[in-house]
Design a protein around this ligand. Structure first.
Ligand SMILES: Cc1cc2nc3c(=O)[nH]c(=O)nc-3n(C[C@H](O)[C@H](O)[C@H](O)COP(=O)(O)OP(=O)(O)OC[C@H]3O[C@@H](n4cnc5c(N)ncnc54)[C@H](O)[C@@H]3O)c2cc1C
Length: 465
């Protein structure tokens, strides 16, 4: 049976995805569009946007998971919110197909569409990766990793099986970009604290390994700063394996392959590990391939500097807009990716949202003029665990404690809405007063198990056996 939700009859501006771009565009346009008799509609399978730069701090127990999410319902009161996934856009007829949370599909007509579906984790066909690996893109993954690391340490603390203990204490992160480095640093910082408080293991028993296929980590920062990060991680007991890739992960048995030198392509090490974290980049959300828009070879939707979708001849497609991780946005500063498009990051997505909202408003309602998007990068900041960071601010490298303060200061203030900022800063203050809270919560995947056990009559249990 069709389950189309009750839809507004007003001319619609449809936003596909309520992350950075979609959330801010909806916030900027919702009231203004209503005044003109229209409606802003936002479709997302999730009821919140996620502040992804804080995922590693969630893994470390430094921020409560819900505090890095920004609920749509609380902040987008004038927006029509549809829970579901857009599966197809037919811009020729201006109709989107949405799969609702009950699995049923329905159609949504629109006047303007904004593609803001972001990126997904980019993977390669490595045997076993899909079965045993986990990404670092969602708050659920961050919560799982926080709990997994603590649970494995507690397991290792108790088991007499030395092989099982080694597997449990081995944590492998693949990908030495900003996210991979932040992930391994924060997790190891929390793991060391847990190990210090264990009875039978010490921080020296932890085996954290960062696997990077290139000869350098963190391409966003200068070579000598990246070398400093490698030395710092190694001084903390993290193995950094450059020129190395993951070749196989079947049944948690990992095989590492050399990426350089005489033994290129050969397996250089193999071992068992219970935890495999994949952080080797992102790619544009493949939903854009199910549209009649112009898609470039890397799978991103092609837009011009005013953030309007353009066809293969560069002609503007009326009523279609995009930016953020899903789009190839021209970088007019000349300091972007080699193909002169913007780097996919939040710094751009937030600023693009303002330009996109203003340009769409100007074009649709004839108020003001559409402008080009141009933003010179402010640099990058990364947390490397409690009290430690690395940053490039404009062009200047910053390391250690000052960089960590810059990381927390910048991201704390960039967190959307004052209500969320207060929660994040409040949590950090609690940490200073009451200490770090790195512990896990168990059985989130099967919370009913105890109740089912208690509520099942003995006869039925015997029958089930
Ligand atoms: C671990 C991590 C750390 C990061 N750290 C930084 C940092 O320090 N600095 C920085 O500038 N950037 C950082 N980034 C990058 C930054 O988070 C992204 O560039 C930014 O989120 C892009 O915004 P977006 O709106 O394009 O996509 P997103 O914010 O990812 O939003 C996409 C939205 O689309 C929704 N969606 C997906 N598919 C569909 C569909 N079919 N239909 C409807 N909705 C859909 C999703 O649920 C999501 O809400 C980090 C990213 C990660 C993963």
């Amino acid at each position: 049976m069709a389950t189309t939700p009750k839809l507004s009859q007003r001319p619609r501006i449809l936003i596909v995805g309520g992350g950075y771009l979609g959330f801010y565009v909806a916030k900027a346009l919702q009231k203004k569009v209503k005044v003109h008799g229209g409606i802003v509609t936002l479709v997302d399978p999730l009821p919140y946007m996620t502040y992804q730069p804080f995922l590693p701090e969630v893994m470390a127990g430094s921020i409560e998971p819900r505090h890095i999410t920004v609920p749509h319902a609380r902040n987008l009161r004038q927006t029509e919110l549809l829970r579901g996934k857009v599966t197809k856009i037919d811009h020729a007829t201006k109709v989107a197909t949405v799969q609702g949370s009950d699995g049923e599909s329905f159609e949504v007509p629109y006047q303007d569409v904004i593609m803001a579906a972001g990126a997904i984790t980019k993977t390669f066909p490595i045997p076993g990766l899909a079965e045993v690996g986990i990404g670092v893109k969602r708050v659920e993954e961050a919560v799982y990793l926080r709990d997994q690391v603590q649970e494995r340490i507690q397991f290792a603390d108790n088991t007499p099986d030395l092989e099982a203990r080694k597997r449990a204490l081995r944590f492998i992160v693949v990908g030495g970009g900003f996210n991979g480095v932040e992930t391994i640093s924060e997790l190891q910082s929390a793991a060391r604290l847990a190990a210090e408080r264990s009875q039978n293991i010490t921080p020296a028993d932890l085996d954290f390994q960062l696997i990077e296929a290139m000869p350098k980590i963190m391409p966003e920062i200068k070579a000598d700063t990246a070398v400093w990060v490698v030395e710092h991680l190694r001084s903390r007991g993290i193995q950094v394996r450059l020129n190395t890739s993951l070749g196989d992960a079947t049944n948690h048995h990992l095989k590492l392959t050399s990426m350089a030198g005489d033994n290129k392509g050969e397996v250089i090490d193999e071992f068992d590990a219970d935890t495999l974290i994949w952080s080797a980049g992102v790619m544009a959300n493949p939903v854009v391939r199910n549209t009649d828009f112009n898609i470039e070879p890397r799978g991103r939707l092609v837009v011009d500097a005013k953030l309007r979708a353009v066809d293969a001849d560069g002609k503007v497609i009326e009523g279609a807009w995009s930016a953020g991780d899903v789009a190839a946005v021209p970088d007019l500063t000349g300091h972007g990716l080699p193909d002169n498009t913007c780097v996919p990051n939040a710094q751009h997505a937030v600023r693009q949202s303002k330009v996109l909202a203003a340009n769409l408003y100007a074009t649709r309602y004839g108020v003001g003029q559409a402008k080009d998007y141009k933003h010179e990068s402010l640099g990058a900041v990364a947390g490397l665990g409690y009290g430690m960071g690395v940053a490039k601010i404009i062009k200047f490298p910053v390391k250690g404690f000052p960089a960590w303060v810059a990381h927390r200061g910048y991201h704390g203030l960039a967190m959307p809405t004052w209500e969320r900022k207060i929660r994040v800063f409040g949590g950090w203050f609690n940490q200073i007063v009451a200490g770090r809270d790195v512990w896990d919560i168990r059985n989130l995947e099967d919370p009913r198990a105890d109740f089912v056990e208690a509520a099942t009559p003995p006869a039925k249990k015997a029958e089930a056996k």
